[in-house]
Design a protein around this ligand. Sequence first.
Ligand code: AMP
Length: 660
Amino acid sequence: MVHPDPQSDDQRSRSVIVGIDLGTTNSLVAIADEKGPRVLAASDDAALLPSAVRYEGPVAAPRTVVGTDAKDRAVEFPHTTITSIKRLMGRSLADSTADLVYLPYTVIEGDHATARVAVPLEGGVRVVSPQEVSAAILAALKARAESVLGVPVNKAVVTVPAYFDDAQRQATRDAGHLAGLDIVRIVNEPTAAALAYGIGLDRDAKRNRKDESIVAVFDLGGGTFDLSILRLTPAASAAETSFFQVLATSGDTRLGGDDIDHALVALFTRELRERGWLRADTDPAPAVRRALKQFAEEVKHRLSDADDARIRIDVGDGTESRVYERTITRAELESISLPLVERTADACDRALRDAARELGASSVDEAKRAIDAVVLVGGSTRMPLVRRRVAEFFGVEPYTALDPDLVVALGAAVQASLLSGASTGSLLLDVVPLSLGIETVGGAVAKLIIRNAPVPARATEMFSTSVDGQTSIKLAVYQGEREMAADCRMLGEFHLRNLPPMPAGIPQVEVEFLVDANGVLRVSAAERRTGKHAAIQVVPNHGLTRDEVDRMERDSFTHARTDMTRHRIVDLIVNGRMDLKWIGDRLTKLGPKLEPAYRAELESLASSLRSMIDAAEHDWTSASPDAIHQAKDALDKASVRLQEISITESLRSEPGAPKV
Ligand code: AMP
């Protein structure tokens, strides 16, 4: 007799709890299971579900269209498409008057002075509550989770802003109920963001660290800005859990990336007017304004990665070609955005003043110094200016490893898995579970932090270039025990750019790895002579289970000997080629000045090393690292005199440093 799956779908679904970020503009659903926290998406690029609901059909039995389609056709159906419903959840009509001017649909007063939406449909007007609109969004997320996971989903953890009052929280619960979801916990969005980074998950925190930590969560989206300051009180014993308390919140419900887009549109409009392509006395037509806003947003996004971006807008009227073309530099965008970004600093100041009272700090500066971690949330925190300003304001590098659009949903999923008991198999950090390093030329990994190092951990190492005139260095960060990058897991990569061209081996790049107490890894690289630097953050343990770590460790033992040999050969090839190039260059330059016998000796030693290296590169398995080492050593020794003769002997400052 065969045994059926001991866990029926029903049993399994009872333990599935998803995490939901029910946002003003976009919503997401995520789960944290044995594969780690991840957002559930219908397809790769569709993790965000626009929080837009369109009603259609007869008034007695309307249908709803939720998400992208509703958002994209909102202009076509302004009165039946409901967006930003979160602003009305649990609020009275009187509370919401400030928001009403921004909402294209009709808001009326319902029972107990609550805000309701009047939707014109076939045969009459249907009055819907904000809870029903939110329920349509939650139902779409529930359906998505069920289709990805293949089991019914009936429970969720849902996030709300820290400043939501009881009525707003209760409205969120009711929306869940209408959607067939039992909301087992409402979590503050900033708390979820902190949980996504593993802050507060370390049950042994008290043993290792101070009694409490203070976390600031900086959330700058498209239309709103929120700053929250939280106190984390770690668990006193293994039986208890750590908890977060909101000490202060502050923000601006009308400040976000949209304002930066509008400032760019104002710049374009001014310049179009200067060219006489737009009338000075009227605003551009709505279609033109929308197109300009779209260009502005695109340019803004590109300038988060590039130093400049080109725009080209055809504003021809059909009779004459008019092409508005322009390059915008990041510096220009930053000077336009600065006044808006400064407004976030004002709100941070206000929150710190409130937090200072709670913390017993005598000044804002003292409260600032108490902040242990700053977490970034919201798409606009991708802007380098925002990151710089936050770092400068708080005096702490903010956490940026996770996608700022996903971090709240991922944190909700982490909370959900804690509640369902599913998280016991996932890894909570006290030590670095797998070694961390960077890829060097030839594909080997130079390990900076070795597995089982206690956190926090820090290591630095010097690297240089392998090619003359290299102006950009790629740094690829790996995790794993194997010697070759191809056998490890890549965590991320970044570039150190804009180096002045220098001969190979001359740049001195100091690479620093820093794993903080929450397991967040920050890798930075700085070239000493020029002061150029770049950095990246990653969360190394995300998505790794105990089993995976164990398997990677076992693999490393199985392959230890061959891996070491291969690593050694790769390093010998890289360093040998550098030597051959250096000697070749000197021989070309100084050849005639050398005694013929010495020159012949060098050429013969070089040629034998070259043929060994060529053969090893072709097939490393039949190469002998000892033989290559000897040939390289013989050439190095013989070339000492050449070095003395060479007028550029000072050029090789660090011949042994691995090259990236
Ligand atoms: P959210 O409300 O969190 O979805 O954030 C949306 C805002 O983030 C919009 O104003 C976007 O233009 C902005 N945003 C998204 N990606 C980037 C980026 N790469 N650089 C700058 N702003 C961005």
